[in-house]
Design a protein. Sequence first.
Length: 347
Amino acid sequence: MKFSLFVHMERVSPETPQKQLYDEMIELCKIADEGGMHAIWTGEHHGMNFTIAPNPLMNLVDIAHQTKNVRLGTGTVIAPFWHPIRLAGEAAMADLLTKGRLDLGIARGAYNFEYERLMPGMDAWGAGGRMRELVPALKGLWAGDYTHEGEYWSFPKTTAAPLPVQQPHPPIWVAARDPSSHDFAVAQGCNVQVTPLHLGDEEVQSLMDRFNAACANHPEQPRPKIMVLRHAYVADSEADAQLAAREINTFYNYFGAWFKNERPISQGLIEALTEEDMAKHPFYSAESMRKNQIIGEPAEVIERIKSYEAMGYDEFSFWIDTGMSFARKKASLQRLIKDVMPAFSES
């Protein structure tokens, strides 16, 4: 089991300077690198202070110059917002500038807030179609002299400039949930990223079942890697774990509010949620977070992640965006590295 860090600039208050958040993110990345974690992942979002991430490739190049060993992954770029030629070139340039450390994660996107602003009228079906067209186009552009005639893009013979350092190309990861997404990823020879979000370990197993079914459908393809992304907190006591559960519950209530796209937004910040607002949520609660997310003292965290390893997961990505203070995030990450990772032989 390999361990990675999934991180953004996370802002919910106008009182927190954005430069401070970036510096804190970089410090977490340095801790992950120095602690022997396998990779750092950061995603793409637009107009949202909740996760400030307009171009993950830019962040990863900066992180590359401040770390030594970690792989650097997009978790993820949003397929509908990229022309294949542009993504092929910019990803290859990032691979060059990071000296061959790039992993390229791709997703269809999730927030209607972003679709409304960048591609009005976009829906999940159209976004998924663009993702399925984008992946083989990238491979063609990296191979060179590639002509594309598709449903969403068409262009004459083109070769990506520059070409990536990694050959034939950086590893491609596809964010998958439904069986057809798993099947597409495996058929294309792509690795798979999954997240159970607020759901419990039965969803973690179900996601693995979908992946295994896709692998069985495509015996011609070598089995790809699969990574599970999950909120976690390594606590120093049960009281500390209970506090983390409340904090992560607050994060998910804000996540849900952004997803529903119904609440007023000003200066990139969504209208604050009250305790009453959060108490009304039908399936978010501190109790469910304590049960479903990986929260607890080191022995409990080890046991949970061992169960994921037994399911067949290759990588556990520690989603550190939680609404808690930087000091608490840092302490949890340090305990993960010191007290949890040594229990896994390949960490």
